[in-house]
Each structure stands twice: as C-alpha cells, then as structure tokens.
Write a protein that binds this ligand. Sequence first.
Ligand SMILES: Nc1ncnc2c1ncn2[C@@H]1O[C@H](COP(=O)(O)OP(=O)(O)O)[C@@H](O)[C@H]1O
Ligand SMILES: [Mg+2]
Length: 378
Amino acid sequence: MTTAGAGAARPRAGAGGAGPAAVALRDVAKTYGRGAHAVEALRGVSFEIRDNEFFTLLGPSGCGKTTLLRAIAGFEQASAGAILLFGADIVDVPAHRRPVNTVFQHYALFPHMTVAANVAFGLRRLRRPEGEIARQVAAMLALVKMEALADRLPGQLSGGQKQRVALARALAPAPKVLLLDEPLSALDLKLRQAMRQELKQIQATTGITFIFVTHDQEEALSMSDRIAVMSEGRVQQIGPPAEIYEHPANRFVAGFVGDANFIPATVVGEEGGRVRCRTPAGLVLAAGAAPSPPGGRGTVLFVRPEKVGLVPAGQGTVEGRVRGLQYLGDAVLIEIDIGEALPLVASERMARLGQAARRPGDRLGVVLDPAALQLLAG
Ligand SMILES: Nc1ncnc2c1ncn2[C@@H]1O[C@H](COP(=O)(O)OP(=O)(O)O)[C@@H](O)[C@H]1O
Ligand SMILES: [Mg+2]
C-alpha cells in the first residue's frame, strides 16, 4: 500500500513507445505449498506491460491473477523467473520501496480517518511537506470527484464513493504503476459501467501504467489497451480487445471472451486460401489455413452468435430449425438446431429484426460466412 513515490522524472514513453517496459515478466512461476498439496498458481508467465498502458489481466477465478499482482507488488515472492520494473530487476526490492501501489476489491480504508486523511496517508508516511500534501490531496479528490466529501468518514460513504477514495489514496503518492485487483466487482452494474469510463480517463490523465484485474470480459474489452487472458496459471493470449475477441488463439479464449459456437469439424481439403471442413451439418468453408497436421480430432469451427446469418430455408450454407428464443430487450438469442440436433446460437439486434419474428419450429437457412469462421484446436 505504500510506495517509493514519484521518484526521479523519467521520459514518458507512452503506450507503444520505445522506453523500457513498465513491467517485464520473464518465465515467472509461483507454487504455493509443497508435495501433494502444492498449487501451481503461475506457470511460465512471460510478457511485457508498456509504460502508460491500461493493461488488463482477464481470467476465471483461481487462474492466478491476484498472485501475479502480488508478485509485482512484492507481497509475494515468485518461485522462479524474474520481474523487472522499468528495466530493473526488483527481486530484492521490498514492497514498500517499489514504485507500485495497489487498489483492492475491498477498499481497506481506515475507518477512523476522514476521506482527506485517508488520501493523505501515504504522503504522510513519505514525510512530504504539509503544503505539498494538502495540494496533492485536493488534486486527487478532484480527480475522483470527491472534493465535496473530504471531511466525511468512510462509514458515511456509499460503496462507489469508498472505491473513489481508495483510488485517490493509491494515486496520491504518484506511483509509476497502479495495480487494481477487481476494484469494481463490489459495485452494482450501473455504477460499474460508469466507473469503467472514469477509470480509463483517470489513467489517461495521470499517465500512470494501470494493471487492472477482472474476471468480467465486458469490463476488460471496454477499458483496456491490451488484455492478457489467463487460465490455470498460464497466459493464453495477449492482444488488444478487438484482436482477442475477433481472433482468439484457442478454444478457451474464444469461450471466455464472449459467447461462442463451436462446431465439430474435420478438415477435408484446402482451396484458394479457404479450408473445407466436414461438419455434422454438412460441408462448410472457413477462411485461413488448415492446422497441421490436418484433419486432427478435436478441431472445431468457431463462430460468434452475431456473425451467424439467418435467411429463408433453402438459401443458407446449412439448414436449421429454431429450437428456442431468448429475449434480451435490445437483441434476441435464437437457438437453432443444425444437422442432427447440433445446437447453434445466433443473435439478432431487435432494431434490425423488423417483421422477421422467429418462432420455435421454424425452418430457416443458416449462413456461415467463411470470413466469420475460424478453425481452432479443441
Ligand atoms: N496463499 C495461498 N496459499 C495456497 N494457495 C493459494 C494461495 N493464494 C492463492 N492460492 C491458490 O492459487 C491459485 C490462484 O489464486 P489467485 O491468484 O488468487 O487467483 P485469482 O485471483 O485469479 O482468482 C488458486 O488455486 C488459489 O487457490
Ligand atoms: Mg483474485
């Protein structure tokens, strides 16, 4: 929770700039316990987070996100590998000397201190002059829009307000890297959505590198410059949100980051940059090259529900029959059987649906556009 402070001025490389990475992880592993009780929380984690980046660790509960943040913060020692902050190995640097600060899910505010005193806490420990502390506290409270409540106690604040104070307190000593461990998960949906944009804006305003942890894919997609998707202690894919969503590296990422259909497929040939696949619903073409070796078991065709086209019977790539409908307000999910009862989900925006209301039992054509299909190893 403490920090070495702003430190010496440094050139601002900016996201994608040429300076050293804000954080570099080299083959980091972490095992808790020993022998039969050992838990491998991190395995061979290697990647770099750029200075001034809004970077997100995304993955299901238990995949190692908090462990990785704690290793960067210095609360946990990695079992193997190296962690570099701005090019310097920090293995021997204790937590309170790292230019890093953390915002936790459960705000951990000091209940007997006012909002202003909470925000000032880290600066007082660094023995900053009182004038500077007052200026910085005012600036941070303005940044999180809490100036009016500076004299309140935490018990007099809502959950969202407490989280703002926790954020201001963590930002006050001007860390170079801010770690945020599921900071929005205790807030209700509307507030969470509003805070996404605010956090993004605060990151851009301060230029501090944010490492944001969440299990919520929508949160990750809407806020991040880049996302690392994790599963069982390993990084599955790193990239900008659109790349992760549109071109998942494997079945896990495809299924975790958004809704996905997987159609069992066997590669039977290649033609003109497309792969011909046999599926339970018939022959289907997909863009891209066949995986090698071709025709392996467990290969699936992946397609997002919004990329599945629905047309009158006889006009699609394959034939289908509506099994059920799920009304979502702005869209409707249409569960379809293709082939011999192979389930497929399509989604249609209500605004575009017009007269074409679907009913269970309806026969229709299902358009599987090769450009929207991707072959993945199962
Ligand atoms: N102090 C600990 N002792 C033993 N096992 C732990 C400890 N902390 C975490 N783990 C285990 O390590 C794995 C990763 O946990 P964690 O990093 O908290 O995941 P996440 O934050 O993604 O939910 C889980 O299997 C968890 O049970
Ligand atoms: Mg966690």
